[in-house]
Design a protein around this ligand. Structure first.
Ligand code: ATP
Length: 536
């Protein structure tokens, strides 16, 4: 699988995602979507919206405000308990989510470097030399507080009583290697955990930290209203339950969907756009009659699991993880995560919870407004149960991007290709002139591009030779290139054939079609009918 550094660098190079405020040194954990990134992420959101709202009779949409009445967050339970335990390093001052510290450690830079040294060929022959050399050079820079690197001249063990080591045969050194080996093998109980940032061994005991970002509405801080940037979009749907019910005349079972920004003061943001403090959610609250909730929950799990695969996520890279009973929120009946095999390991892509009637009841209690629903069938008032499929737009986009990434050898050259589903690809068609000095070719190509742009995101590019242009489009996942050449426009020797060459990104096969049928052909190709087009 591709590593995250490769993805980050591709995203920057080709204008998918940039570090926020980069010219000021960057803001950790915030990312900006560039020219291709915004198209791509919009496609993810559009497909989610189309499939979950526009193609269903039982769903409607909503776009609620980011700032809400402060009481909303008391009712929802966020003020009292939306917190994660955190631990801090007293040597370098960095903080980590206590329940994620192992994962962070195993993917941090210095720890990966130690691992490489220990597994490398020189370590096998002479561990003592390999590890002390690392400690004196790279280790000193990237893990300055790890005891081994702190006193690199006289290599130190992990615990203060264990060093100095007296040489490669010293049993203390062998013990040290064993403990480090255990840690690398993810058996962390054998030593105090080092700080992922500096290697120091002084991590504090875990404490809870509220994750909501506060904000103040009003010009004078003393009299301003304190509220929060919403940590999830869901509450905007619950507080509008009655408005939607009355205006859209929906009957249970029905759902409300929303896409929007959410904010969490995450303790350990990281892994590129996987965990950030500002992110976008794609959430559904699906209201059902009590008693039908379990069945609906399962339907949504199946539906959402299939959705990711429909747009290209490979079966082996996605799974469903059932929450254990001690993981469940006290009001939830059942919850599953859809997980993706990210470069740092299996991690949550979407959570799908059966939240019972907790949210509607709490908002009714705190607001004093009834949020009952009159059930025509049983002629009774009920409080619907809620099934919540809650996905992240950024995490989904990242998973689609990672899954699409392929490297291969073509004619002894490395080809990087993003095998995006055509509906996800930021650019659908690139129109390329074979000779940019031939006025007629250029003019025809530009004309074709203008026609295609009305239906698909299409670009014209003549800034390199054709081979380079193809590679550039492969690297950003453009499914089809259309090439205009001398035959298309004709020359003194032969008349114009008014045909263009279409090249398929994945197979690199080519087919020649008449310009007059190009739009129709493209529509067929976008629908995956390459073979049919070739036959014609
Ligand atoms: P995690 O355990 O990873 O913190 P969570 O269980 O708190 O996630 P939910 O509250 O269920 O997440 O949020 C629903 C979805 O929103 C997640 O599945 C994820 O796709 C997205 N999401 C949540 N927090 C973040 C974040 N900090 N950055 C990016 N996406 C996020």
């Amino acid at each position: 699988m591709v590593d995250m550094d490769t993805i980050v660098s591709l995203c920057k190079r080709r204008g998918f995602i940039f570090q926020s405020s980069e010219i000021y040194g960057g803001l950790g954990s915030a990312w900006d979507y560039g020219p291709l990134g915004v198209e791509f992420k919009n496609n993810v959101k559009h497909l989610w919206w189309r499939d979950n709202v526009q193609l269903r009779d039982d769903m409607v949409g909503l776009d609620a405000a980011i700032t809400m009445h402060p009481r909303v967050w008391e009712a929802s339970g966020h003020v009292a308990s939306f917190s994660d335990p955190f631990t801090g390093c007293t040597e370098c001052g960095r903080h980590y989510r206590a329940d994620q510290i192992h994962e962070v450690l195993w993917s941090c830079r210095w720890f990966r470097a130690v691992q490489k040294v220990l597994e490398g060929p020189s370590a096998k022959k002479n561990e003592w030399l390999a590890i002390t050399n690392w400690a004196k050079s790279d280790g000193k820079k990237i893990a300055p507080n790890f005891p081994l690197t702190k006193s690199a001249e006289v290599p130190a063990g992990v615990g203060s009583t264990e060093y100095p080591f007296e040489g490669p045969e010293d049993p203390k050194f062998l013990k040290f290697l064993e403990t480090l080996g255990n840690l690398i093998a993810r058996q962390p109980d054998t030593m105090p955990l080092p700080c992922p940032s500096c290697g120091g061994l002084k991590l504090s005991a875990p404490k809870p930290a509220n994750l909501m970002l506060e904000t103040f509405l009003g010009p004078v801080r003393e009299t301003a209203t304190k509220t929060y940037l919403r940590p999830e979009t869901a509450q905007g749907i619950f507080v509008n339950f009655d408005n939607v019910l009355q205006s859209a005349r929906k009957k249970v079972p029905f759902g409300v969907a929303q896409i929007g920004k959410a904010f969490r003061n995450e303790i350990t943001p990281g892994n590129f756009t996987f965990r950030t403090r500002e992110f976008e959610q794609m959430e559904i609250e699906y209201f059902v009659a009590p008693g039908t909730d379990e069945e609906w929950h399962q339907k949504w799990i199946d539906e959402r699991f299939a959705w990711y695969q429909k747009y290209g996520i490979r079966k082996d890279n996605i799974r469903i993880r059932e929450h254990a009973s001690d993981e469940l929120a006290f009001y939830a009946k059942r919850c599953v995560d859809i997980e993706y095999l990210f470069p740092m390991g299996w991690s949550e892509l979407e959570g799908i919870a059966n939240r019972t009637d907790y949210d509607l009841k709490r908002h009714a209690e705190f607001s004093g407004k009834s949020l009952d629903y009159f059930d025509e069938e049983s002629k009774q008032k009920i409080v619907p149960y809620v099934i919540e499929p809650s996905a992240g737009a950024d995490r989904s986009a990242l998973a689609f991007l990672i899954d699409a990434y392929h490297e291969e050898e073509v004619r002894e050259e490395r080809r990087v290709v993003l095998r995006f589903h055509p509906e996800l690809a930021p650019i659908k068609i690139a129109v390329l002139p074979l000779l940019k000095k031939n006025h007629q070719i250029v003019q025809t190509a530009r004309k074709i591009c203008a026609v295609l742009q009305k239906r698909w995101v299409s670009v014209y590019d003549d800034t390199a030779a054709i081979g380079r242009l193809y590679r550039r489009q492969d690297e950003v996942g453009t499914p089809f290139c259309v090439t205009v050449d001398v035959q298309t426009v004709g020359d003194g020797k032969s008349p114009a054939d008014e045909k263009v060459t279409i090249r398929d990104r994945d197979t690199m096969q080519q087919v020649r079609v008449a310009i007059s049928t190009l739009e129709e052909t493209m529509a067929n190709l976008m629908a995956g009918k390459w073979e049919e087009v070739v036959k014609q």
